[in-house]
Design a binder for this molecule. Structure first.
Ligand SMILES: *Cc1c(COP(=O)(O)O)cnc(C)c1O
Length: 482
């Protein structure tokens, strides 16, 4: 059978025109990054972007490009030096290049034997080296710490039940332990694994927001006495509220003596192992059975890029491996390259996230990335100093890492509502974007610095704007005055 004269495909008719068009869009993308320091932090998307339209039946490349270009300014704002909300990485211009190369290869990293697979293997090997894990450990690039946590704790659950839970279920009685400061993804994992979030015991924290290890030991003992089966301790390196680092060495000791899986949520904090200043405080991390962390936070890989590192590669594989006939391994040819990444996680088709991670490390190196982490921690201390020196403010938690929680207190009561409103005003004015959290029942301003573009001057600007907005709100008598 003959092909149609103008064989229809999705390739351009005119490659020169496509090249020119792609170059224009690349320029627009680079302009966006080059201007990351300028202008507003966040701007709400205009109505025309929010408006939904029917699916296009006839395509239009020019219209598509124009609308993508118009979209560029309406991001979260995390590429701006005064983005301080939640825990967002700030991205790099050079990751645009890696994303472009990855798109050109359009590789599926579920498995098979091809170049991209070896880049991910290199990334896995680098992670073992960075965290002092043995060569026999395993790892997988994932979308983020939430999924990494799911993979780690499924492996822990399955190992505890000698992998019977994979088929027979029967996880009743399994319990795990973490602190009240732990990220919600851990409880959600217990829910998703069928353990139920009540099976996650939330142990109280000390004044530094670190898990109370005596209370932990007591809870394990009490659960065993009640006939339950403890299986995991989840520590945090860099808790989301105030950046606290649990006593990881103490947790590793308890896990060893109780024969429990020791998992560390190190979403952003674990990567501080690259900072000479912070590294000593992460002793114990290298003793974990698994570490979940993100490249898209403090290592600034463009969204999304997370990682799960597991000491017991065999358990990891046994918790996920399924090789039906149509995915059978081969010793040679395209089905070689075993084991495949899909044997280490829930996904079969997987994109080439590994490339942007690899490129970030190749271009910038661990030393510089570590120095930038140190810089952010120093900046958080600087901000705490400014807050302490200013009678209009109150520091609400010790600065453990890169997060400074404080509130505006001058002449006002109803401080929770006032400080929540200050944060909204800062965001709406486009001057800075912190977020809020609740400490001891009070809503406070939470400034997280995982941002390689932030300067000390940016923190001066933040505090001046906060003081001005606070004073204005009090003056307008929208809040009760003291
Ligand atoms: C961000 C974060 C998570 C969740 O990670 P995602 O990459 O958003 O899935 C978990 N734990 C901590 C401490 C975090 O900061």
């Amino acid at each position: 059978m003959n092909d149609l004269p103008n064989h229809p495909s999705l390739d351009p008719d005119d490659w020169d025109a496509f090249r020119a068009r792609a170059h224009r869009m690349l320029d627009a993308a680079i302009d966006q990054m080059a201007q990351a320091r300028d202008g507003r932090v966040w701007t709400a998307a205009p109505e025309n972007i929010k408006t939904l339209t029917p699916p296009p039946t006839k395509g239009d490349a020019a219209k598509s490009d124009a609308q993508m270009k118009a979209l560029l300014p309406y991001g979260v704002g995390n590429t701006h030096p005064r983005f301080f909300g939640w825990v967002h990485g700030s991205g790099t211009p050079s990751n645009i290049i890696a994303e472009m190369v990855a798109a050109a290869m359009n590789a599926n990293l579920g498995g098979r034997d091809h170049g991209a697979i070896y880049i991910e293997k290199q990334v896995v090997d680098w992670c073992k080296s960075i965290f002092g894990f043995p060569d026999t450990a395993s790892g997988l690039v994932v979308s983020g710490t939430s999924i990494a946590t799911l993979i780690a704790l499924k492996t822990a659950r399955d190992r505890m039940t000698d992998f019977a839970a994979r088929k027979a279920g029967g996880t009743a009685g399994l319990v795990g332990y973490t602190s009240t400061q732990t990220h919600s993804c851990v409880a959600r994992t217990f829910d998703m694994l069928g353990l139920g979030s009540d099976a996650l015991r939330k142990i109280p924290v000390n004044a530094a927001f670190e898990i109370d290890t005596e209370a932990l030991q007591a809870a394990i003992t009490a659960d065993r006495a009640a006939g339950l089966t403890p299986f995991a301790i989840i520590g945090t390196a860099g808790a989301v509220n105030v950046g606290a680092i649990d006593d990881l060495a103490a947790l590793a000791d308890i896990a060893a003596s109780e024969n429990l899986w020791f998992h560390v949520d190190g979403a952003f904090g674990a990567t501080a192992i690259l900072s000479d200043k912070i590294k000593p405080r992460l002793a114990g991390l290298t003793r974990a059975d698994s570490i979940a962390f993100d490249f898209h936070k403090w290592l600034h890989v463009n969204y999304d890029a997370g990682f799960i590192l597991i000491r017991d590669a065999d358990a990891h594989r046994r918790a996920f491996s399924e090789r039906p006939d149509y995915l059978a391994p081969a010793a040679r040819g395209l089905a070689a390259g075993n084991p495949w990444p899909t044997e280490y996680g829930p996904e079969l088709s997987r994109g080439f996230r590994a490339l942007k991670i690899w490129a970030q490390l190749m271009e910038h190196g661990t030393e510089k990335l570590g120095q930038l982490i140190t810089q952010n921690c120093d900046q958080a201390q600087y901000l705490a100093g400014l807050v302490n020196d200013d009678p209009a403010f109150e520091l609400c938690a010790p600065v453990a890492l890169n997060i400074c929680c404080f509130r505006y207190t001058a002449l006002a009561t109803d401080l929770s509502r006032l400080n929540a409103e200050i944060v909204i005003q800062l965001q709406l004015e486009g001057v800075a974007a912190p977020s809020t959290t609740v400490l001891s029942g009070d809503t406070v301003i939470r400034v997280n610095i995982t941002n390689h573009r932030t300067t000390y001057a940016d923190l001066d600007i933040l505090l001046a704007a906060t003081r001005k907005i606070g004073a204005q709100l009090v003056q307008e008598r929208k809040f009760a005055t003291a």
